[in-house]
Design a protein around this ligand. Structure first.
Ligand SMILES: *Cc1c(COP(=O)(O)O)cnc(C)c1O
Length: 367
């Protein structure tokens, strides 16, 4: 059996370190905003090249609180991609703003920067790109558009911990970067968790209070806030895994390279595009094929997992049908029908990769 991700295998390699760290935290019993959350925020901020990290309860909350801190609310519009996980758009809706979906670039699956300007209206306040599958969106183009029109950029970095563009890490490029530590992400905890990266001192201070019931001084509440803190035990695990993230991402890249070299030779199969100026960290390895259902069935017959991220673009989701029923975003719709993500995780063996390539070869070459 080859799964999409093998959390048990990774735990086995880190077991001693994690159990010792957890035992120390349990002994100290500082469970809420304790020393590990503070240390993780500082270590992650240093790694990502930003001044501040603010730990929150999930990636969804990171997006939500970043939008609140940006002052975005009722009547505002935020331009984003329809080809992402629902949380990206949910967060925009939580603050009362409207997601405006722009189609994607068919090579990178990220927001098509050429279509962003046409979507700007007097109500537009921000652009929310997602660095999908671990490859940065075209940030230079977005920075130009944002500066010209006075918009903020809020990055959805849930899938891109460690990814770079022009030598800078995602999460350091806009007003705020929003990370998720859902267990299957490149940097994953053992439960929910998230981080907002920010370079402005006052905005970071605002966020530290927002995540803690709108309180900057105990039992004084000057603003309606949230209960959304990064958990101390999750911070213990994340501090340990952060030490290995470059190694994990390098291993993902190595596996992706092996897949792409083999798959590039096959008919009806487009391996993921990797832009030269960007370091793709392969949260997902996603190919395009008009025969993806056949490939998926053949893999399943050999007990190899694969997944469709995402089968339905957000403007086609039932929850958004009323609001977006009349729009067509052809590239997202075509990609949703042809995309297939293969297993990619640091512990995946070369033998497993070879077997996966062999199954796809035999299906596409009809042998
Ligand atoms: C996982 C994910 C989120 C949400 O993160 P949670 O920690 O699960 O709330 C948001 N956006 C994208 C693109 C994601 O992949």
């Amino acid at each position: 059996m080859t799964p999409m991700v093998d959390l048990k295998a990774q735990y086995q390699t880190l077991k001693a370190e994690i159990e010792e760290g957890l035992a120390q935290a349990l002994t100290s019993s500082q469970f809420i905003l304790g020393p590990n959350v503070k240390a993780f925020e500082e270590e992650a901020a240093a790694y990502l090249g930003v001044t501040h990290g603010v730990g929150v309860a999930s990636g969804t909350d990171a997006l939500h609180l970043a939008l609140v801190a940006a002052g975005i609310g009722e009547g505002d519009e935020v331009i984003t991609t329809p080809f992402t996980f629902i949380a990206t758009a949910e967060a925009i809706c939580y603050v009362g703003a409207r997601p405006v979906f722009v189609d994607i670039d068919e090579k990178t699956f990220n927001i098509d920067v050429e279509q962003v300007e046409a979507a700007i209206t007097p109500a537009t306040r921000a652009v929310l790109p997602v660095h999908l599958f671990g490859q940065a969106a075209d940030m230079a183009a977005l920075e130009g558009i944002a500066a010209k029109h006075g918009l903020l950029i809020i990055e959805d970095c849930a899938q891109s911990f460690g990814a770079e563009i022009a030598g800078r890490k995602t999460g350091s490029l806009g007003f705020a970067g929003c990370f998720s530590f859902f267990p299957s992400k490149n940097l994953g905890g053992y439960g929910d968790g998230g981080l907002i990266t920010i370079s402005s001192d006052p905005v970071a201070r605002h966020l530290r209070g927002l995540r803690d019931h709108g309180s900057w001084q105990r039992y004084h509440h000057s603003e309606l806030g949230f209960n959304s803190r990064l958990d101390e035990l999750q911070a213990v695990i994340l501090r340990i895994k952060l030490k290995y993230i470059d190694q994990y991402n390098a291993e993902r890249r190595r596996i992706a390279q092996r897949y792409s070299t083999a798959l590039a030779e096959l008919p009806d199969c487009i391996p993921p595009y990797e832009d030269r100026g960007r370091t793709h960290v392969y949260h997902q390895y996603t190919l395009l094929s008009p025969q993806r259902d056949k490939i998926q069935a053949a893999l399943a017959a050999k007990e190899i997992a694969s997944a469709i991220y995402y089968p339905i673009p957000l403007h086609r989701q039932a929850v958004f049908q009323k609001a977006y029923g009349d729009i067509t975003l052809p590239v997202s719709e075509r990609v949703a029908n042809q995309c297939l993500s293969l297993p990619v995780f640091p512990e995946l063996s070369d033998l497993q990769v070879d077997r996966i390539i062999e199954v796809i070869r035999s299906i596409l070459l009809g042998k």
